[in-house]
Ligand binder design. Sequence first.
Ligand SMILES: [Zn+2]
Length: 242
Amino acid sequence: MKQKTIPNMAPKQRRHKETGVGDRFNKNDGMSHTRTAVVIAAHPDDETLWAGGTILMNPGIRWSVATLCRRSDPDRAVKFTKAVARLKASGAIGDLDDGPKQSPLSPREIETAILSLLSSGARYDLVLTHSLFGEYTRHRRHEETGHAVLSLWSRGKLDTARVWMFAYEDGNKRYPPRAEETADRRIDLPDDVFSEKYRIITEIYGFAPDSWEARTAPRTEAFFCFRKPRQITEWYERGGTR
Ligand SMILES: [Zn+2]
């Protein structure tokens, strides 16, 4: 299922706080230079949970969302279509295995799925995707997705100026995922933006207020920011530290 791109509204000025640390972060390297961006995520709802506020706060960017699983799940697929419309993005959904066993998938299968969801020859200013370490303990598809994006970018199959990986951790299951202290970019969502994100999770995806998803939905979104594939590789080899 592919949707037509939905025209974006004119950029709105919103007051919000953004902080960045680390030598990979450059204050002049923010969203103001971004025209086209794609979120590559494992499941319908990941785009909203981990980056929905960032999408909503940047309506001048042409956003698309490629999600890799659940096309043949009529419930989730329909909700995904509604969610990306609320995010004023275009969406495409794949059908990789998402069974409870989370059997490992071959990198080639995941990479092929990603490419099939992107417009051929597309060039992006920014790709948002899962961390190689995932966002919590633990979902294999998230980590596999991050690795597949890195592989495609390294081999020139994915054309993007930058990759930002979701930066969240759950203290090894001790608490719901929250923004990493060491993230390169942390964005505190204004109340109206968070409210809209929360409505997408609860009203469109239908997660109850006491669900894991509703309790998790971060008020602060965070990303590890990279300009070159090798920066990701080096960061990963250091165990996610500088
Ligand atoms: Zn997910």
